[in-house]
Write a protein that binds this ligand. Structure first.
Ligand SMILES: [Zn+2]
Length: 113
């Protein structure tokens, strides 16, 4: 269990992130899911692994090689700011109406619309 990484990065589902370590370094994609318990995220089309599956006619599963995303550690990705397009750390801000939002540390823009 590593909450630290997620807290630090504050990555959420739907965010566009760039990978900053490992084999897919420099590539970006959309976050498909977040596992806060494990401190991991799944990024669309990144960290693909090949799975060999056996056919299972009962479940209508065809055999073969299936490519799917493997999770990456949240500390290995950084948010891409939807406003300025920079890869950035995430700040926090409380708006006038009391909403807590994430902000881009580069342009101070609000990430959560
Ligand atoms: Zn920005």
């Amino acid at each position: 269990m590593n909450m630290q990484a997620l807290k630090k990065n504050r990555i959420r589902k739907g965010d566009v992130v760039v990978v900053i370590a490992g084999r897919d370094r420099g590539k970006s994609g959309k976050v498909l899911s977040v596992d806060p318990g494990a401190g991991k995220v799944v990024v669309e089309k990144l960290n693909m692994i090949k799975r060999h599956t056996k056919p299972n006619p009962g479940k209508n599963v065809k055999g073969g090689i299936v490519e799917r995303e493997a999770s990456v550690h949240a500390s290995n990705v950084q948010l891409v700011c939807p406003d300025c397009g920079a890869q950035t750390r995430v700040g926090r801000k409380i708006l006038g109406d009391g909403r807590k939002v994430r902000i881009c540390r580069k342009c101070e823009g609000v990430v959560d619309k």
